[in-house]
Design a protein. Structure first.
Length: 154
């Protein structure tokens, strides 16, 4: 009686490097899905074998295999906890003063073709006027950031 032994498909070092490169070109869900597919195809669905064969994180491959099995995609929490807050959130009082300042400088389109008001207030002038209202340099952003804030405020 002979027992059929299921062997792993053999890969050359060049093919392994190509798979690792392909995985590195993807991020998040797409990377996990790719790694799970390769683990199923070349490692019998074993995250440990994928780790030793390809150098991928065993945990990532396990999550990818679980996502493939269940159809539920895991979402990371990075967007909720990362990055800097906007200047308006850090300095709400100065942002409110800036908004009042911009509204005071707003004027109607001279052609009256639209109902949109615009302002000739520049970022540098806005900074000068906020400093005149006794806001410190630590509370105020750089001129380039102030231009972004003014555009964001409309």
């Amino acid at each position: 009686m002979q027992i059929a032994i299921e062997s792993q498909p053999s890969l050359s070092q060049s093919q392994i490097e190509d798979l690792c490169l392909a995985a590195s070109q993807r991020t998040g869900t797409k990377r996990r899905a790719f790694q799970a597919e390769m683990a199923l195809k070349y490692c019998k669905g074993s995250a440990r074998q994928a780790e030793s064969r390809f150098g991928w994180s065993r945990k990532t491959v396990t999550v990818g295999l679980a996502e493939k099995r269940t159809g539920i995609i895991c979402q990371g929490a990075q967007p909720g906890f990362g990055g800097n807050k906007r200047w308006e959130e850090k300095q709400p009082a100065a942002a409110a003063a800036l908004k009042q300042l911009a509204e005071a400088h707003a004027q109607q389109d001279p052609s009256f073709s639209t109902s949109i008001a615009f302002t000739r207030l520049t970022a540098v002038e806005a900074l000068h006027q906020l400093k005149a209202q006794e806001y410190s340099d630590e509370q105020l952003p750089a001129a380039s950031t102030m231009a972004v804030v003014l555009n964001r405020l409309g």
